[in-house]
Ligand binder design. Structure first.
Ligand code: ATP
Length: 304
């Protein structure tokens, strides 16, 4: 794995697109003071995701954007792309070349791209995590840092040498694992608390469940008893209905018979009335004849 090229555009002292190509082995950039040599290493650091403006010798991150000079206008955005040769597969991606691009504009809007695809800073850091590249990896030792390293406390120097020897990533991994372990322990403690609380709630819940079951059983039995009662009463009512229907039929028959005998009585009454009328007429005729006879007898008596 080695740095294959750097392309700068609008970054610090590189207003126009500038591409620097490197082969395997040592590359030396030579130039007069202030010509932009350190800006190249800043560009590498920046493209790898550096978040501190101080680390790239600025006050704010927008200071990396070309600010104008020598009749050249300031640029609105800075862009750096570094291409890493990954022929040896040091970066665990099935790609022969890894391109990392970072862009930033004056409003603070920026983006990262991995082999042209838009991504997040964490994705860049993830890709670089096992390579010894990236921020805080000391893969880029900037000007002035050598003196700081030489005069640093043995403890800090040891850290730095460990980082440079590639132990840093293991230390970071151990730290990550420790944090993960602590988080897992926390989660476990929380889960145990939850379990304890759930257990304490379980007893009353069990009692409630038993009461609910009993209630359900009694309710079922009540419904069955009501159903049984309703069936019995329906049976009784059906029997009463049958009896009532039989009584109604008998009453209807008796009514028909009574009506028939009533008809016969009416016929007999009519004939009796007729006979009575006839006898009344005979009686009246007899009364008349009797009175005539009496008058005749009276006349005869008078004549005598
Ligand atoms: P030395 O050999 O003295 O360390 P150097 O070659 O490393 O110098 P750098 O420090 O990389 O030089 O570059 C400094 C130059 O970059 C300065 O001239 C400065 O004006 C220019 N520069 C830095 N930031 C910007 C910017 N945002 N816009 C324009 N020019 C910039």
């Amino acid at each position: 794995m080695h740095l294959k090229s750097i392309t700068l555009k609008g970054f610090k002292s590189f207003p126009d697109r500038t591409r620097l190509e490197f082969g395997a082995g040592v590359a030396v950039i030579v130039g007069p003071n202030g010509s932009g040599k350190s800006n190249v290493t800043d560009a590498v650091l920046w493209a790898l995701g550096e978040q501190s403006p101080l680390a790239v010798r600025g006050q704010s991150m927008q200071d990396v954007i070309f600010g104008g000079g020598k009749g050249i206008q300031a640029r609105s955005e800075a862009e750096v792309e570094i291409v890493i040769d990954n022929a040896d597969g040091a970066i665990d991606l099935p790609l022969g070349e890894i391109s990392i691009l970072r862009r930033l504009d004056r409003s603070g809007e920026g983006e990262y791209r991995l082999n042209g695809a838009r991504c997040r800073l964490v994705d860049v850091l993830e890709v670089l995590s096992d390579t010894g590249l990236g921020k805080e990896m000391h893969s880029v030792v900037s000007q002035g840092r050598i003196e700081a390293i030489v005069t640093s406390r043995p403890k800090d120097r040891r850290l730095l040498i460990e980082e440079a020897a590639g132990l840093g990533k293991h230390r970071k991994r151990r730290r990550r694992a420790q944090l993960k372990l602590e988080r897992t322990q926390d989660n476990l403690d929380r889960a145990l608390d939850v379990e304890r609380e759930a257990r304490s709630r379980l007893r009353p819940l069990k009692r409630q469940a038993e009461a609910a079951e009993l209630h359900e059983r009694i309710e079922r039995q009540t419904i069955e008893a009501r159903w049984e009662l309703a069936r019995d009463s329906a049976r009784e009512r059906r029997a009463a209905l049958a009896l009532a229907e039989a009584a109604a039929t008998a009453a209807r028959t008796a009514r028909d018979q009574a009506q028939a005998s009533l008809g016969a009585v009416a016929v007999r009454r009519q004939s009796a009335e007729r006979a009575l009328e006839e006898r009344s007429a005979v009686r009246e005729a007899l009364v008349r004849r009797a009175s005539q006879a009496r008058s005749a007898a009276d006349r005869i008596e008078l004549r005598l």
